[in-house]
Design a protein. Structure first.
Length: 82
């Protein structure tokens, strides 16, 4: 599978945590968090770790990426299953 292909593989616990943070941040602030804010949330020292998680979330259909936009990683609310 290529790096940008969609996957049905479930997200990791950390990815679920990041996604929840993004949804909460967007609800509170009216815009998604910046990459730097996500880096601070996960406690990473560089943007690479956060970017890896975000790319994985994109493959899972949990975020959209608008590369030319500030705050371009936008979370997608997931439907909860009963």
């Amino acid at each position: 599978m290529g790096r940008n292909d969609h996957t049905d593989e479930p997200p990791t616990a950390r990815q679920v945590e990041i996604h929840a943070y993004m949804l909460e941040y967007q609800a509170e602030h009216g815009a998604p968090p910046s990459l730097r804010e996500i880096v601070d949330f996960i406690g990473a020292s560089s943007t690479n770790a956060a970017a890896d998680h975000l790319r994985a979330l994109k493959r899972r259909g949990m975020v959209r990426h608008y590369p030319k936009r500030t705050r371009g990683w936008v979370p997608i609310a997931r439907e909860t299953k009963p």
